[in-house]
Write a protein of this length. Structure first.
Length: 399
């Protein structure tokens, strides 16, 4: 687009880049909380649309996996169409590619439902475009951009989507954008991935910007003259994805023949992650621990609790009970006990007594295991030592 304001670049293009929304994910491991997380994911998609409209971008790009699978009720597609229609009303063009979850095979959701038409589009309009294995690019004259989005009819790609792409020779428009759902090649880590691209391919592509999807955390880089980025998932798709929750606002500018690309991360997801360490010696009882954690209750928080240090013999904490009692107060709470019972303090009973013999033999074995870096076995024996001390002192012990 050409600007006329004094001091502004000769040409400028602004876009919102998102990917990996995974609408309709089942979240079978979350039980009753699954539907709530699906709604959070849709809310993040709606927030992305809100941001695009507020920022008055020219393009809204979805780099694959808008849907978690091709098996979705029509109502889910209608909800997406309604949001895309809002972009259309704001005169923002949308370009979408299928990913590896909503792959463009014979069962594709994009075959079953005509999203551009559902969003209010008419034949010949370019407000909403879904790229396919047949239609691998779109020239949006109003935005002075060509978008290249090579996708495949199978989940596993027969070759890189950037193979032999030389967008720099295309003179139809000022800007050349790539839209790809793939893993960036990392030897030994992504060799078996379904779709892979290399930095050499990115550098040779002639693109101004490559909008990537597939990885759920935001990442940015540059290969040769080509800027590339993963937008990450706009909301956590799993409750261990602390790097998700954002979209990218991308500005491309040309001034006196010099081109620049700036990428700004913006938060749209609600889920937060926090890890806290608690010294077991400071916990008086299980109810006291529950009360302490309940003070952090937050429906948008994934809380990871780790009990560390040396715990008193009398402290009896059942982690499953703690988690069950607090589950409704968080997106998810996980409590892990890494504390260990202490070794016997003070003078020991005589070695001729049952208590004295038990303590000496057990602690000697613990010392051997710890010296051999067999921490798990040593930890189990520390528990044996704790329970033995309690029994020998006449306490009742629940096992």
């Amino acid at each position: 687009m050409t600007t006329e304001r004094e001091g502004s670049p000769e040409r400028m293009l602004r876009l919102l880049h998102t990917a990996d929304v995974h609408l309709g994910a089942r979240h079978a491991d979350l039980g009753d909380q699954a539907s709530a997380l699906r709604e959070r994911q849709f809310a993040a998609f709606r927030a992305s649309v809100d941001l695009a409209i507020a920022e008055k971008v020219d393009l809204f790009l979805v780099a694959g996996d808008l849907f978690d699978s091709n098996t979705q009720p029509k109502r889910s597609v209608e909800r997406v169409a309604a949001e895309v229609s809002r972009l259309r009303e704001a005169r923002i063009r949308t370009v979408i590619i299928p990913g590896t979850h909503d792959v463009y095979d014979r069962a594709s959701i994009f075959r079953a439902h005509d999203l551009p038409t559902m969003a209010g589009g008419a034949p010949g309009e370019d407000w909403v475009t879904v790229l396919t294995p047949v239609r691998t690019e779109v020239h949006l004259e109003a935005c002075d951009v060509v978008i290249h989005g090579r996708v495949f009819a199978t989940k596993r790609a027969p070759h890189s989507p950037l193979l032999d792409l030389r967008a720099g020779t295309d003179d139809r428009a000022t800007w050349r954008i790539g839209l790809v759902h793939a893993a960036l090649a990392i030897p030994g880590r992504t060799d078996g991935d379904d779709v892979v691209v290399t930095t050499d391919e990115i550098a040779a592509s002639g693109l101004d910007y490559l909008a990537l999807g597939h990885w759920h955390s935001t990442q940015q880089g540059k290969a040769g003259k080509v800027a590339y980025a993963y937008a990450g998932a706009p909301e956590s798709v799993a409750v261990n994805q602390a790097g998700a929750g954002s979209v990218l606002l991308v500005s491309l500018a040309e001034d006196k023949g010099q081109r620049t690309v700036s990428v700004e991360e913006r938060r749209v997801g609600r889920t937060r992650f926090e890890t806290i360490e608690i010294d077991a010696a400071t916990i008086a009882s299980q109810p006291a621990l529950i009360e302490r954690l309940a003070a952090k209750a937050d429906p948008d928080l994934v809380l990871d609790v780790r009990l560390n240090g040396v715990r008193p013999d009398e402290l009896d904490v059942h982690l499953d009970e703690v988690e069950a009692q607090l589950r409704a107060s968080f997106v998810r709470i996980r409590v892990r006990d890494r504390s260990v019972p202490h070794l016997t303090e003070g003078s020991l009973p005589s070695a001729d007594t049952i208590a004295g013999a038990f303590i000496r033999e057990t602690e000697a074995r613990i010392a051997e295991l710890e010296a051999a870096n067999r921490a798990d076995e040593a930890g189990e024996l520390r528990d044996v030592l704790r329970l033995g001390r309690l029994l020998l002192a006449g306490h009742e012990v629940s096992l």
